[in-house]
Design a protein around this ligand. Structure first.
Ligand SMILES: Nc1ncnc2c1ncn2[C@@H]1O[C@H](COP(=O)(O)OP(=O)(O)OP(=O)(O)O)[C@@H](O)[C@H]1O
Ligand SMILES: [Mg+2]
Length: 508
């Protein structure tokens, strides 16, 4: 079996235009309807589809084949070429536990709608008995419980997981193998005609939906392949390729045993997720630690601190939180137990000062982590920092200006990169908040330019879209926080406070 197999080819030519409203340009709403912003928004939407594969691969580590197959369906919808009378795409995601199947759909929801929560998730484990399936579609009129059972799968629910940015609903049927046969029959109608008839005879339309089915089918047999004797850490590339195709075969055989050919034929792509390599697991850990640091900065604002986690401590977290059996599934919990909770205790008991460094060392017995907060280093702390904001959205500029003035900060505003250069040279701001898309340039490059003249300056990038990978890399390299629009004004203030004026909590 190939890593993804297109099992149906019913997608040619029958265009429809209703799907073309893919991204409704959050940025343009925010910037007013000027021609300039319309041009920008078109570029942003184009950028997004171009970069979707890269962005998904960054969020879902080590599964490039799986993420690659999804994007063309989104592009087809964006182009208005998705066929009528069926969902935009139907995907069956298979493979061992904790390898990113559910994460893929969550990551897609985040990219398309701005939040992992914007997806309709049906946990099929809750519909193992025939009578439970009524919870999904509601009982027909006249039947017992008709009034009490509100169907879970209504048009309203489907629409509620879309966003201003995108009107495509993501629907996830998790652990599909656990569903009662009547649920599979219902699904057949959804996959085939794009509609679901509810108990009260109303119809739910799935034509603007991507449907994901995940399953652990064949997982036990896969584990026998992966484990126990050769532990995949030591697998050589050739053996790994062999393992990949073995797992795919196991998955496909299991799927054929469980589902009828007509059901399988209605699936567009079957993708088998691979066991995560040590490098991928390590990259997932790094991302989760970066998320934790970001969370600390945003939540604690002026009281935040910097985490220092050396190699040995990271290895400990990987040892405890990952395994061939469960992939990265336990990593979140392990970080919570060994890092987040002890950190919370340090903060709650007043043992970490604002601006301190918290070093996380491996315990002497190697069986735990020890957190040690150092004194905050003396930082030049302007009581009233000067902040330069460069954006061509006047409403946003005025709003931030008022807010920062209330906090006693001095604010400089500019609408173009050229204007910003002049203001930066004249007033030497402590921080610069730069929109990525400027009428005459790019905020990330402007930030790098500013740093050359003023290495101490704090640069924050704002964006209404996803940054292209090279810009993301620049932000990472220069440690620029990236704020995604829409954001709360308090997020901006907290980022500046946490990084620029660690002791400001006492003053402002
Ligand atoms: N490829 C990955 N990239 C990034 N994070 C991952 C990846 N795989 C797993 N994780 C982490 O592990 C957690 C569990 O992963 P996920 O729920 O996607 O597993 P799954 O493949 O759906 O497993 P299951 O078959 O048990 O449902 C995620 O929330 C995420 O934190
Ligand atoms: Mg899952």
């Amino acid at each position: 079996m190939r890593d993804s197999s297109t099992t149906r080819n019913r997608r040619s030519g029958r265009g429809k235009s209703s799907g073309a409203t893919f991204i409704s340009q959050e940025a343009s709403a925010e910037r007013g309807k000027t021609t300039q912003s319309a041009t920008k928004s078109r570029k942003q939407s184009g950028d997004l589809s171009e970069n979707l594969t890269t962005i998904l691969s960054q969020k879902v580590v080590g599964q490039p084949a799986a993420t690659r197959v999804i994007v063309p369906y989104i592009q087809m919808y964006q182009a208005g070429l998705a066929p009528e009378g069926r969902p935009v795409g139907v995907f069956l995601l298979l493979g061992p536990t904790g390898t990113g199947k559910t994460k893929t759909v969550e990551a897609l929801a985040e990219v398309l709608h701005g939040s992992e929560k914007n997806l309709l998730k049906i946990d099929c484990g809750e519909f193992q008995m025939e009578h439970e399936v009524a919870k999904l579609i509601g009982a027909p009129p006249g039947y017992l419980g008709h009034r009490e059972t509100q169907p879970m799968l209504t048009q309203q629910k489907l629409n509620s997981v879309t966003s201003e940015k995108c009107n495509l609903s993501l629907v996830l049927f998790d652990e599909i193998e656990k569903a009662a046969p009547s649920l599979t029959r219902l699904l057949l109608g959804v996959l085939d005609k794009g509609i679901l008839r509810l108990g009260d005879n109303t119809v739910v339309n799935f034509e603007k939906s991507l449907v994901f089915l995940t399953s652990n089918l064949g997982a036990r047999e896969m584990m026998r392949e992966i484990n126990p004797d050769f532990g995949f850490q030591s697998v050589k590339p050739a053996e790994r390729a062999d393992l990949t195709s073995k797992l795919q075969n196991i998955a496909l055989v299991a799927v054929r045993k469980r589902f009828s050919p007509e059901f399988i034929n209605r699936i567009d792509c079957i993708s088998t997720y691979q066991p995560l390599t040590p490098e991928s697991l390590s990259a997932i850990l790094d991302k989760q630690i970066a998320d934790l640091q970001n969370h600390v900065n945003t939540r604690l604002g002026a009281r935040s601190f910097t985490l220092e986690i050396p190699f040995e401590a990271r290895q400990f977290l990987l040892r405890k939180g990952t395994s061939p059996e469960y992939g990265a599934r336990e990593l979140n919990r392990t970080i919570h137990r060994h890092l987040t909770q002890p950190l919370a205790t340090l903060v709650a008991t007043g043992q970490v000062e604002a601006g301190a460094r918290v070093r996380v060392n491996l315990a002497e017995d190697g069986e735990g982590l020890r957190l040690q907060a150092t004194e905050p280093t003396a930082v030049e702390m302007p009581a009233h920092p000067t902040v330069l904001i460069v954006d061509d959205n006047r409403d946003l500029l005025h709003f931030l200006e008022r807010l920062m003035a209330d906090a006693g900060w001095k604010l400089l505003t500019a609408e173009t990169a050229a204007e910003a250069r002049k203001r930066a040279a004249a007033d030497r701001p402590n921080a610069a908040l730069l929109d990525y898309m400027l009428p005459d340039g790019n905020g990330v490059e402007l930030g790098v330019e500013f740093l050359q003249g003023a290495p101490q300056m704090l640069v924050i990038v704002m964006t209404g879209t996803i940054l292209p990978p090279e810009e993301e890399a620049l932000c990472e390299e220069h440690n620029f926080p990236v704020l995604r629009k829409p954001f709360l004004a308090s997020d901006v203030m907290n980022q500046i406070r946490s990084r620029l004026i660690p002791a400001a909590g006492a003053r402002t």
